[in-house]
Design a protein around this ligand. Structure first.
Ligand code: AMP
Ligand code: ZN
Ligand code: FE
Ligand code: FE
Length: 290
């Protein structure tokens, strides 16, 4: 029998995922997962519904968030776990990030229009529903309008960093992002380190050590885009420097249909043991800080 499995990186309709928090809990239950974490981009809105649904249906739901920060002019994602999602400072700061997005989105529309594409902000808002708007929603509209075949083409041709429809997002600094999570009682984790632009396996150890110095407490080792060797390297680094290990599928529902909840491309197995380690570390933190 498989041991107890988890998924600690999940997007819901509160950001650019297509399943509601309740639907995520149902799906996780169906897959037989023991615990999940909701990690929407720059928002904690999905946590409440997921936690309530989890209590009703018997699924351990860890409150989380995925914050985009800036490091060396590059985007880096920081995951926050066990955050107090009622923390006012956290809500306020995240509200600002949503405002930054609202300033950025019409600029993306403008760029796409200048490229001759007929797309309006209302089209994108309609696609996004109630959740925070992100580039995947722009990609969906471009597909629907027949400008591109799929999301990959939408990003390559128009939306990715360096493409003609890209607009830089205002981000918190790495330190600000990490502090925000820690001030809300959470554990800050460096997300999918091997997807960070310009960092290869030779530099990874030094890179993670730097992030540890500025407050990171864990690394996301299990991730669909990480190779087996990369996952092992991250586990080894985490062990060497006494960092927590996390992992997740980065599930987005139909937005990224090739990724499955829990197993990613189908072969990922993330053990519940990682959750136990996180809880132990939280207890230790409380002891240290009275
Ligand atoms: P945003 O927060 O608006 O900058 O959009 C970030 C979202 O875009 C994340 O969900 C990423 O997974 C997705 N994304 C970023 N780059 C790509 C890419 N090259 N292809 C597909 N999705 C991407
Ligand atoms: Zn996303
Ligand atoms: Fe991410
Ligand atoms: Fe993500």
């Amino acid at each position: 029998m498989d041991s107890e499995l988890i998924d600690l990186h999940i997007h819901t309709s509160a950001s650019d995922g297509t399943y509601s928090p309740q639907e995520i809990v149902d799906l996780a239950k169906k897959q037989g997962l023991k615990a999940i974490a909701i990690t929407d981009h720059d928002t904690i809105e999905g946590n409440k519904d997921a936690i309530e649904a989890g209590m009703k249906k018997g699924m351990e739901v860890i409150p989380g968030v995925e914050i985009s920060v800036e490091w060396n002019k590059k985007p880096v994602h920081i995951l926050g776990y066990y955050i107090n999602w009622k923390n006012e400072k956290l809500s306020m700061e995240l509200q600002k990030l949503i405002k930054f997005r609202e300033e950025r989105n019409p600029q993306i529309i403008k760029k796409l229009n200048l490229l001759g594409l007929s797309i309006s902000y209302d089209d994108v808002k309609m696609r996004a529903g109630e959740g925070t708007i992100g580039r995947p929603h722009f990609a969906q509209v471009l597909i629907e309008k027949g400008y591109v075949k799929n999301e990959d083409e939408a990003f390559k041709k128009y939306l990715k960093r360096g493409a003609p429809g890209y607009v830089e997002k205002r981000r918190l600094s790495t330190q600000q992002g990490i502090q925000l999570i820690k001030n809300a009682g959470g554990i800050a984790v460096l997300a999918h380190p091997f997807t960070i632009e310009g960092i290869n396996h030779k530099e990874m150890e030094r890179f993670i050590l730097f992030f540890k110095k500025i407050g990171i407490e864990g690394v996301e080792a299990f991730y669909p885009l990480h190779t087996v060797q990369q996952t092992q390297q991250l586990q080894a680094i985490a062990k060497r420097y006494d960092l927590l290990i996390t992992g997740g599928s980065d599930f987005h529902g139909e937005q990224k249909p090739q990724i499955q909840l829990g197993s990613g491309f189908g072969n990922m197995r993330i053990p519940y043991e990682l959750v136990i380690k996180m809880k132990e570390s939280l207890k230790g933190w409380k002891r240290k800080n009275g």
